[in-house]
Design a protein around this ligand. Structure first.
Ligand code: PBG
Length: 344
């Protein structure tokens, strides 16, 4: 009797589906996949966040960020030279301030010789062609680890904004190219823009952390800057609720009205939907921050052999491009820049 099913190897023709469209045709070879590729990651997409410490010739490991080190200023200058040679457009600087210099109001943020200002001057002097982004927020300078001034149980908004304007001016005077407020106070973009303009810094850009969420993924960063030990409570009264995305559009609209030149959505991969909405809605330069916890997750899984680290890194970065990012702040920047150089 006849078999119930035809044998596939003898019935290729009989089994053939009559399909007008076969999307696999374009995927059949590497040359073809490259031809139809919609998005591309280049070194021009990379912003490298680095951590600065006191000392000479110091590179200090960070337990929860394997492969990332804090640099003394001289080392940061050498690393900036290497990054510029790789074609990385910009660095974002974060200080690990001596605990003895942290106080309830974050005065060290206004010291013209604080770590970030000295690092900015040294890097701009040695490597003028690389962009320097400085972070405006008080958390690396306050004894309580909050981004603003604490009065009782409250991070007071307007008083904090006045200090942030002074912090931004201090950074601009040191030579920062881009001021990046990450504090999430209301009204700070407009106040900082006005302060910069009033002091002749109308060409200093503002990259606003417009949609910054109260996220668990910042854990390793807080170890890197030493706020894991200082932070009292959490940041939910100023950073956004992870449950919201309409609110992100409002944050962005206000920051653009107040004069932001570009935006950051942060964290990255868990918030690709927010990134895509922001880019689609406003069509302005929009950056994703692949934050410390995202870096740590990939590194930890790769170290365990649970995934291919290199592929996971590149896949995460192309995902940002696909979602609409103009660039990504990522601790993987030098590693990926080296990889991209080898593959062109
Ligand atoms: C604080 C700041 C944070 C990050 C950048 N700036 C952490 C926080 O809000 O507590 C996190 C970056 C990262 O996790 O990589 N102003």
């Amino acid at each position: 009797s006849a078999p119930l099913r035809p044998k596939p190897e003898t019935n290729a023709l009989a089994n053939r589906l009559d399909l007008p469209v076969r999307l696999r045709r374009n995927r059949k070879a590497d040359w073809s996949r490259r031809l139809v590729r919609e998005h591309e990651l280049t070194v021009n997409d990379l912003i490298w966040p680095i951590f600065i410490i006191e000392g000479d010739n110091q590179m200090q490991a960070i337990g929860s960020l394997p492969g990332v080190e804090r640099f003394s200023i001289d080392v940061a200058v050498r690393e900036a030279e290497a990054a510029a040679k790789l074609g990385i457009p910009a660095l974002a600087l974060f200080p690990n301030t001596d605990p003895a210099l942290r106080d309830p109001e974050g005065h060290e943020a206004l010291n013209e010789n604080n770590l970030v200002c000295r690092a900015t001057r040294a890097i701009k002097r040695a490597v003028p062609e690389i962009g320097i982004i400085t972070d405006v927020a008080l958390d690396p300078y306050t004894s309580h680890g909050h981004d603003g001034i604490l009065r009782g149980n409250e991070i007071v908004n307007d008083e904090t904004v006045a200090v942030l304007v002074a912090q931004a001016l201090n950074q601009a005077e040191a030579g920062a190219d881009i001021i990046a407020p990450s504090d999430m106070m209301d009204g700070r973009i407009g106040a900082i823009r006005a302060g910069l303009d009033a002091h002749g810094f109308e060409n200093v850009q503002i990259m606003s952390y417009a949609a910054k969420y109260a996220s668990a993924f910042y854990g390793p960063f807080r170890e890197a800057v030493g706020t894991n030990v200082t932070l009292a409570g959490d940041k939910r009264t100023y950073q956004m609720d992870p449950a919201n995305s309409d609110e992100a559009l409002r944050e962005v609209a206000i920051d653009l009205e107040e004069g932001a030149d570009s935006l950051i959505v942060k964290p990255g991969l868990p918030y690709l939907d927010v990134l895509a909405r922001v880019k689609e809605h406003f069509g302005v330069p929009t950056f994703a921050y692949q934050v410390s916890g995202e870096y740590a997750m990939i590194m930890a899984a790769a170290a365990n052999g649970w995934l291919d680290g290199e592929r996971a890194i590149l896949e995460s970065l192309i995902a940002f491009k696909r979602a609409g990012a103009d660039g990504v702040l990522t601790y993987f920047a030098p590693r990926v820049a080296k990889h991209l150089r080898q593959t062109v």
